[in-house]
Design a protein around this ligand. Structure first.
Ligand code: PRX
Length: 686
């Protein structure tokens, strides 16, 4: 067998998906119910059981008017739903709206002096900033004026943001939204190289970054990533016009990386000339893109999920109000990062659209100790809390008894991003929620804009380990591999799809409409010519089952995407990064279970002929993955193998590697081209 690079590349490109997380997903028995408390129900926004009737499929699409009516429109729409070009659905067509106006200006009348954003620095020695709606309005306007008048941005332009968890991030997003500029925020933990790919794909006019930020007690140099991102995007064919650099401490530059003359602009210097500026919000069509959010997919290239203005904002506002049960008086803390969809929908746009106070916390949850989140909750009076199973597992391990030491009271808590083990759910409920808080386990995705499955907190009992039924207006269905619908409540695993379109769904993949159709709609489409939305179920890419009570349990991805700590990483992205090390001939990554992060990537590599395996090479491979993607993708182990297990046609059998990594029986390997390799690989991964 040839082991040269070119033949390997072709090979990898043709590899079928031969392992899925669903196949190795954790399975647990059905649990009993927990009921919401009477005091929660008494104050809840949504207690009307008729809601499911109102949102039944035969009321589609007009039922979603209720979502859009939570917003202020400059011009009311004339068509609720336009299906003329499936599956490129359009919502609230003809309407004119501005997302920033809806999240800021319209709250001034009633909530001018209420905190919009509590910014909590990582260091407890640094003062918390309580930014009122009034102050948010001022700061967003001044920055919007800078973007428009100093940078010359206009509606439809793209900008890439590579910013940490600071108040300036939502301020930047809202300033873009005010102008109709499409923002694309890249998770700050991602590398400069990953940021470059996104600048290039979106053809962003600007890169907006920050000099540094605090993480685990260290002031991280973040500006150095901007230099890499800018240079790499330029070398691949797209040069941004400027790099705007916010200062973590206004007036003081906190990065050891030099500024580049003529290119880098210190935002805080230029902002001075925009003091007191006001910018009229631009009246955007409902269908204008609000932002791009890149997500990992089945090929190496991340896809830019394009979200709309009117439909998206209506969706996150309604779900924030009714599934998160946010009232304007609540203090709401979602511990996700704004660099992911959860942060966009449920730290920034949703909570601000419904006039909540939203917490932005800069640092790691357990810094300086496991009591930190509960001190923040106590100090700020947080009463709604939102986080991921990974964070819950970490907090449980490092301080199981900490929550009891603090006098906060949550009425409501969310878990999102991965399946949560019932045992972890129960700790969350009993210890973090003090047995008082209702829990929603919300299943959704970058593409879907907002929640798809969840219990309605005052209407349904909770069941640990199960997300729940489709939320009002969402009608899930499970198909088997042959396209047959599984009977509702069958308890059998299959591919979960949504029967109907909904306003929060992304509009397309930026510059890749064919990929959009192929990835999400082609597999179960009943007739590609059909203009009837009923023929176009949305395929989420997750394995799931529906229990007899109509609750869905999500088993994991059915494609080659690994969900690490609730964040999606494409196996191809990791494998291509490993191949950047010249000694590596082949790379295959598989998910392995991790006590805290749910899943982590484990990487198998084979080397070019004549290269001796050494720990240094393994280390280089690991570092290449971190440099190319970010620390989140760091392999749990890099195992150098003499050869990969392969089919006779040369495909790498990831299923076999996954079984070895999970210390499970790889099954019958006699049909492999090289069955003897299995035992030697097993020896290497004891
Ligand atoms: O596999 C599902 C898992 O996370 C994937 C979506 O990841 P991403 O687009 O990064 O968005 C994460 C935050 C919404 C899904 O395809 N997932 C998400 N929520 C849950 C979940 N798995 C089980 N239970 C959930 N509640």
């Amino acid at each position: 067998m040839s082991r040269d690079k070119s033949s390997r590349r072709t090979d990898a490109g043709q590899q079928a998906v031969d392992v899925s997380e669903a196949q190795i997903a954790v399975h647990w028995p059905e649990e009993g119910y927990f009921s919401p408390s009477a005091s929660f129900i008494a104050q809840a926004n949504l207690t009307d059981a008729d809601v499911f009737e109102r949102f039944s499929l035969d009321r589609f699409p007009e039922c979603f008017k209720e979502f859009a009516d939570l917003l202020d429109w400059y011009k009311y729409w004339d068509t609720t739903f336009d299906a003329s070009n499936p599956p490129f659905w359009r919502w609230f067509v003809g309407g004119r709206i501005n997302a920033c106006y809806n999240c800021v200006d319209r709250h001034l009348a009633n909530y001018r002096n209420k905190t919009a954003i509590h910014f909590v620095p990582e260091s407890e020695d640094e003062a918390v900033q309580h930014i009122t709606y009034q102050e948010l309005h001022v700061r967003v306007n001044e920055f919007a004026a800078l973007l428009r008048d100093f940078c010359g941005l206009k509606a439809g332009d793209r900008v890439t943001l590579h910013m940490p968890m600071v108040a300036e991030l939502p301020i930047t997003m809202l300033a873009c939204a005010r102008l109709g500029v499409i923002h694309s925020q890249v998770f700050s933990g991602f590398s400069g190289a990953a940021c470059a790919d996104r600048i290039l794909d979106s053809e962003s006019r600007l890169l907006i970054t920050m000099d540094g930020y605090w993480r685990s007690g260290k002031l991280i140099d973040h500006k150095e990533k901007a230099d890499i991102a800018f240079a790499e995007a330029a070398s691949k064919g797209h040069t941004a016009e400027k790099v705007l650099v916010w200062q973590r401490y206004p007036g003081r530059y906190s990065s050891p990386t030099k500024l580049v003359e003529g290119r880098d602009v210190i935002v805080n210097d230029v902002l001075r000339s925009f003091r007191g500026s006001r910018v009229e919000p631009v009246q955007m069509p409902s269908e204008a893109p609000l932002f791009l959010m890149y997500s990992s997919g089945t090929t190496g290239r991340p896809k830019g999920c394009q979200h709309s203005t009117g439909g998206y904002l209506a969706y996150v506002a309604w779900t924030s109000k009714n599934i998160q049960d946010i009232h304007p008086g609540d203090v709401y803390w979602c511990m996700a990062d704004i660099g992911w969809i959860t942060g966009h929908s449920y730290i920034v746009y949703g909570p601000l659209a419904v006039a909540a106070s939203t917490v932005v916390y800069e640092g790691v949850p357990v810094y300086p100790d496991a009591g930190r989140p509960w001190r923040i909750a106590e100090d700020l009076g947080v009463n709604i809390f939102h986080t991921s199973p990974t964070a819950i597992r970490a907090l449980r391990r490092s301080g199981p008894d900490e929550p009891a030491k603090y006098h906060y009271h949550f009425k409501h808590m969310t878990t999102v991003g991965e399946p949560i083990e019932p045992e972890v759910w129960k700790w969350y409920h009993q210890s973090v929620g003090k047995g008082e808080a209702v829990i929603v386990d919300t299943w959704w995705q970058t593409e879907t804009g907002g929640f798809l499955c969840s219990t309605v907190p005052a209407l349904h009992p909770m069941k640990p380990g199960s997300a729940g039924p489709g939320i009002p207006g969402i009608h899930p269905v499970i198909y088997d591999d042959d396209g047959n619908e599984l009977a509702s409540g069958s308890g059998k695993a299959g591919n979960i799809c949504i029967r109907n379109p909904w306003p929060g769904a992304f509009q397309t993949i930026w510059k890749a409409p064919d990929r959009y159709v192929k990835t999400y709609y082609a597999r179960y489409c009943r007739d590609p010519q059909s203009k009837d939305w009923r023929d176009w179920p949305y395929m989420a890419g997750d394995g799931a089952l529906e229990a007899a009570d109509g609750y869905f349990r999500i088993l994991g991805r059915i494609d080659d995407v690994i969900n690490v700590a609730g964040h999606r990483l494409g196996t191809k992205e990791i494998e291509s990064a490993a191949l950047l090390v010249p000694d590596v001939a082949e790379a295959a990554v598989v998910p392995v279970a991790d006590e805290i992060k749910g899943k982590v990537p484990e990487l198998y590599v084979s080397l070019k002929p004549g290269v001796e395996p050494t720990p240094e090479i393994a280390h280089k491979v690991s570092e290449a993955v971190v440099a190319r993607i970010g620390a989140i993708a760091r392999p749990h182990q890099v195992i150098i193998v003499p050869d990969m297990p392969k089919t006779r046609s040369g495909k790498i059998m990831r299923r076999v590697l996954a079984a070895i990594s999970s210390h499970q029986d790889p099954g019958d390997v006699s049909t492999l081209a090289n069955p003897e390799i299995v035992d030697s690989i097993r020896e290497l991964n004891r």
